[in-house]
Design a protein around this ligand. Structure first.
Ligand code: OGA
Ligand code: FE2
Length: 476
């Protein structure tokens, strides 16, 4: 873990506080409230028995949001096994969900009836005024970036927007802004074209560059995946059904140049959209978060590193333990904060990828009733570029609906389903251990991984998509 200079002294003063003896008693949350591990202070370590007879050291590395590192959360052979299963399933290109709301809407955006009944120029003027947040009669690079066509996975900096102005010659008087006349003649198709070319020639202009696959951890699945889930239940202290009803395990592979620019794993609770995970009539055929009518509700992220990366591939939290989050400052510095290809080092918290390590953080605060509250804006994070080698991670997202009754209803439904029947925990453990011994002795697994890693497999399905990249303007 590395930290920015202003925090170094905090680290030094806090290291002395570590040790199991200082740990406050971990009380389980009363019914109806969500358990949350107290971060106590940076450098704080608590030793937890997450499996019978097996101790794990959970170290606090950030207070805002609470972020914890756990070394050797997975054994080497468990990491190998998960990568092996992922390769067997086949990985697809990762992407981010489209946002249907942003459109570079000039003349193309008007529908037929409007064109007949209203004056076209008038409409364009009204749109222009709507996009011109600063109300200065000009669209600056930031205002233009906000209305770019929703090219899937595009990550455009303010510098890119100026380049776009120049390449397309749309800023005719070269003043760095689009006035109404310049805006009127700008073609959305040309912009799309330009963005696609940019993304193809410069991978850092892609929000997320990786491959992924979703793996079920249900009882019928691999014993390593199931025992991992048992550990997650013990670590999070959340009800078994809540964990079982959460998203599948997402395994991600980054090659050289792979990254995921800074983003939030979860979304604003003050939204008309229902949570995706607890929507009972879930329609897998019709996904992209149900064509963006649903949102992600991810209380916790637990990220596992499944290999050692030769160089790069750190996980960065640009705003961790920032004193405040100031919208203007974020807007001003958006290119630096979100762009982890170029500004990984500037992040306030940087976690080193180490095989077997888990990083856990809370994406939401709790509200006054102890249930899922506001998205924690300090939880912005992402994966920095891999410079050499490959990087494998897996994500366990723990989903909670901010509407308590909906979460309860969802869990009740799960409990009534046969495929989620409950194991006696001890029986399950014995079974896990027996199968596990069989797996680790299985040399075939290792050679299969080596063979499969050389093949570029692309099949299998997506479960959910990521929220689109969030720029400071939109949601901070
Ligand atoms: C993610 C993510 C960080 C990393 O997959 O959502 O934030 O280090 N990954 O890969
Ligand atoms: Fe993430």
């Amino acid at each position: 873990m590395l930290r920015g200079a202003p925090l170094v002294f905090v680290l030094i003063t806090c290291v002395c506080a570590q040790g199991v003896d200082n740990a406050p008693p971990e009380l389980d949350a009363p019914p109806g409230r969500l358990f949350r591990l107290d971060p106590v202070e940076i450098g704080f370590e608590r030793v937890l028995e997450l499996e019978p007879g097996k101790m794990f050291t959970v170290q606090t590395v950030s207070m805002k949001p609470p972020v914890f590192e756990i070394l050797n959360f997975l054994s080497d052979s468990e990491c190998d096994r998960i990568r092996h299963i992922a390769l067997e399933e086949g990985l697809d290109n990762s992407t981010v969900a489209e946002d249907p709301q942003t459109r570079f809407t000039a003349t193309q955006g008007l529908d037929e009836t409007q064109q007949v009944t209203q004056d076209k120029d008038d409409q364009i003027l009204r749109m222009f005024e709507e996009f011109d947040w600063s109300q200065d009669g000009l669209l600056d690079a930031r205002e233009v970036r906000d209305i770019l066509p929703p090219e899937r996975n595009a990550f455009m900096s303010l510098r890119d927007i100026h380049e776009l102005f120049a390449d397309l010659g749309i800023d005719r008087n070269s003043d760095g802004f689009l006035d109404l006349d310049e805006y009127k003649v700008t073609s959305e198709a040309d912009i799309r074209d330009w963005m696609q070319k940019k993304m193809n020639s410069d991978k850092t202009r892609v929000t997320r560059e990786s491959k992924q696959v979703w793996l079920s951890q249900n009882d019928a699945q691999d014993v390593v995946l199931r025992s991992l889930r048992e550990r997650v239940i013990a670590l999070t202290r959340l009800p078994r059904t809540l964990i079982k009803g959460s998203e599948l395990l997402q395994v991600v592979k980054y090659s050289v140049g792979g990254h995921y620019h800074a983003h939030y794993d979860s979304e604003d609770i003050n939204s008309d959209m229902p949570c995706h995970h607890s929507t009972i009539d879930y329609d897998e055929q019709n996904d992209d978060l149900f064509l963006r009518k649903h949102r992600l509700c991810r209380y916790i992220t637990i990220l596992y590193y499944l290999n050692d990366v030769d160089d790069g591939g750190k996980t960065a939290f640009p705003l961790a333990d920032n004193e405040t989050i100031n919208d203007d400052e974020l807007n001003e510095n958006s290119d630096t904060i979100y762009d982890l290809s170029h500004h990984c080092k500037d992040a306030k918290l940087i976690v080193e990828p180490v095989k077997g390590k888990a990083v856990m953080w809370y994406n939401h605060r709790l509200d006054e009733t102890g249930w899922l509250g506001e998205l924690d804006m300090f939880a912005l994070h992402g994966g920095c570029d891999v410079h050499s080698g490959t990087k494998w991670i897996a994500n366990n997202w723990i989903n909670v609906d901010n509407v308590r009754e909906k979460q309860e209803q969802y869990q009740k439904k799960l409990e009534s389903e046969v495929d989620l029947e409950f194991y006696d925990e001890n029986e399950m453990r014995i079974e896990v251990e027996n199968e596990y011994v069989k797996n680790v002795n299985d040399d075939v697994t290792k050679s299969a991984i080596l063979n499969a890693e050389n093949a570029d497999v692309t099949r299998s399905k997506l479960k959910t998509e990521e929220p689109r990249n969030v720029h400071a303007n939109d949601e901070l």
